[in-house]
Every structure is written in C-alpha cells, then in structure tokens.
Design a protein around this ligand. Sequence first.
Ligand code: FES
Ligand SMILES: [Fe+2]
Length: 389
Amino acid sequence: MALLDEDPTAGGFNGLKRLERTLPSHWYFDAAHHARELEAIWYRQWVYLCRADSIVHARDYRTFTIGTNRIVVLRDEEGTLRAFHNTCRHRGSILCKETAGHLQGVGITCPYHGWTYRLNGALASIPSHGRAHHLDKKEGALYPLTIKVWRGFVYVNLANADAGFADNFNANTEQFANWPLEDLQVGRRLTQRLACNWKVFWENYNECLHCPNVHPALSSLVPMYSRGIMEPRDDPAWETHASQTDAKFKGGLRTDATTWTVDGQSLGHEFSLTKAERDLGYHYMTSLPSHYLVLHIDHVRSTRVLALSAEEMELEIEWLFPKETLADPDIDISKACDFSAQVVTEDGAACEGVQLGLHAAPHDRGYLMPEEYDVYRFQQWVKASLGAA
Ligand code: FES
Ligand SMILES: [Fe+2]
C-alpha cells in the first residue's frame, strides 16, 4: 500500500522512478468517455475564452462553445464584461449566431420569436397577444455565468464556482508580475483544428522527450531540449552536472540568443525583468484544461485549447506584444510568430500521429518514460478530476 501511495516524482531527480502506464487508449476516442470528461473537467474548471480587449466597446459581444454549451460574452454600458448561456429562456433557441458582433436595441433579441433581453440578462419583452398566463419576467432572465478577468485574460466557469480561480494555475501567478500582461496587444492570431483528443495535446506539451526528433530549430535554440529534457533535474546525473555552465546542462537559450525568434534576437521594447527572468529566456504558465502562456523578454504567446469532440480540438494562438513594438515600423514581428508557429505545426503533426495510432485494438495502454513525469502528473489530474483511481 505504501508503495502504491508513494509519489514516483518525489525527490531531487525529477524523473519517474518506476514504470507507469498511460491512460486507457479508449479515453482518447470514446464518445461516452469524452462526455464524462466534459462534465467532470470542462464544465467544472475555469476555461479561458479570450483577451478582454477583444470585446472593446459597450454592446460588443463574442460567442464561444465549450463542449455542447454555447456562451455569449458581452460588454455592458458600464464597461463590465458579462457572460450568459447563449440560450433563449422561451424554447431554447440560440441567441447570438455570429462569432462576434454589436448588439442593437435593448440588448439581445432572440431570432426565433423575438424575446428580448437587457445587457444584464434581464428579460425585457415577450411578444405575445395573451396576458393571462404571462410569465413573471424575473423568471425569464438569461442563465448567467461567472467570469473572471485575470490580467487581461477572460475565463468562464460553467459550474458558476466562484472559488478556486487561483488554483487553476500551475504556478504562483505573482511570479509574472514583471510582464505587463494586461497592456499587451495581439500582433498575430492563428486558429487551427487538430485531429486529436485534447489530452494528447497536453501530454505532448508536458514533455520534451520528443524535442530532438520533432523540433530541430527549437532544440538548437534551447540546447537542453536537444537532450530530450526540460530542466536540469530531469537528468539522473544532475548533481554531477550542477557546476556545468553550458546551456545544455543549466537550461536557458544558446549563448547568442535572448528570445524565441528565428534568429534568437530580441525584437526590442523589452519588458523590465530581473536578470534571472531574462537569463532563462522562456517561462511557462499553465491553466488546465484550456490555456497556457509562454513568456519571453519581448513578447508573450497565449495558447487556448478547446475540446471539440473526442477526436478533435481547436488551438488558438495569440502572439502578444507591447504597443510600441506593434507601432514600430522597423520591427518585424513575424520573426517571433514564424518561429513558434513552426513549433506548433511540428507538435500538431506529432499529436495527430498519436491519435491515429491509439486506435490499434491491442494497444489498451502505453508506458511512460522517466522524463515524462509531467505527463504522469497531468494524467493523475485527469483521473482525479474524473474520480477514477
Ligand atoms: S425560442 Fe427565443 S423567442 Fe422563442
Ligand atoms: Fe513539442
């Protein structure tokens, strides 16, 4: 019993200390299992939607889909963002059909029979000749949803849980205080559908064992990745190598590079960071199941993950820059965007390959290698979220 409860990731060496099996293969393609994950994870956790400044003016709105739930997020006349199920209280029609728009009249008008709702969700009018069985308008307000704006990023919680927002992040978010996240602007956006289960994507994100094979340019920029590891303590001989100053052993970027761009050179207009923050050259912040940031000295990359079905997901990547960078005619942001878009393309192809292979009838589970300790942690999180041992 003690052995089973022992944390195989504990200790100075990060790697797994015993052989672990992966999750059951059918968890990656079975529709009934996917429905369980929607209920247990996607409808309970905080899910990242968009940048707050993508809904700029009063009456602007955007719509989103999480699992089978349609959501509308709007800005009211006071400037507050509000979220509702995008569902009419009459007979359930979708309300806003476009992905984005500007609301006219009192607020939201249902396209089916014309019930209208104010920007705060209150039912405003019901077109009907009858009066006798008139619904009390208080009963007919839109279903509200809890949203939080964290440093310019809008999250929604379908369970309307107000607590636990900070728990959503893998790291203490204070450690990113030196990046002016709320002021950054989107310089490029890339939306991509991947033919894989959302967990395949996160598992790939959580290990670099694939880096030497899949990411030649990234492995050259981050020499430690060329060894298939993410941190010095992923190396079983980390104590022997502790005095090494080579980036292959201590982490960080190759000596002539300061950021993730095609030539490793900074775009300029760098953030006011500490020496340690600058020296590493990349920092990750993760909010499962839907969001991660990679922070550099001159730009930040935000990636949203949405599960579309058991075997399909959507990635939306936004490259965020200081206003000064985007206004500077001498700066070519594609140096940053092209570099990481290539990495994303390489990861996407690898993930789609996994999805194809997982269907083999005899392959009920795979194995985790020591370097895949964060895949193990992710899989433990999935199991715990599902209430599965
Ligand atoms: S379903 Fe919306 S008004 Fe009838
Ligand atoms: Fe990768």
